[in-house]
Write a protein of this length. Structure first.
Length: 133
């Protein structure tokens, strides 16, 4: 009976050793498979990839910002030219004049003045006092 128990214990111990060895081998293989995955084989890969994506986004943002600035600068240059073209001084520089009556009102029609009225004529570089004949 003692031998039978000893044999049973040996068989149980052998089965337990076999199971434990198989379990350990399985876990070793799992660890090896984890280590061969790209993220664990080179842990910097994920960070490097995200870093590259971030650099591309920043570069694209810089390109778009430059493009937007160029468009607004072109628009500003165009509006500046238009504004200069509408400037009263620019109009005077082209040979036009502003005529005002004695009270300072702008004269835009000939029937607004009569003979003898005092007028002030503004030209590009100065003013001229005159009278209507």
């Amino acid at each position: 009976m003692f031998r039978q128990r000893s044999n049973s214990i040996e068989e149980a111990r052998h089965r337990l050793d076999t199971k434990l060895s198989a379990l350990i081998q399985y876990e070793i293989e799992r660890l090896d498979s984890f280590r061969t995955r790209p993220a664990l084989a080179d842990p910097h890969t994920l960070i490097d990839r995200k870093s590259e994506e971030l650099l591309q986004i920043v570069a694209r943002g810089a390109d778009i910002s430059s493009l937007v600035l160029e468009r607004f600068q072109a628009q500003l240059a165009q509006l500046t030219g238009s504004l200069r073209g509408l400037s009263p001084q620019n109009t005077l520089d082209r040979g036009y004049a502003i005529v005002r009556d004695a009270d300072g009102h702008v004269i835009s029609r000939a029937d607004q003045v009569s003979s003898g009225d005092a007028l002030r004529v503004r030209v590009s570089e100065g003013e001229i006092d005159t009278h209507v004949d």
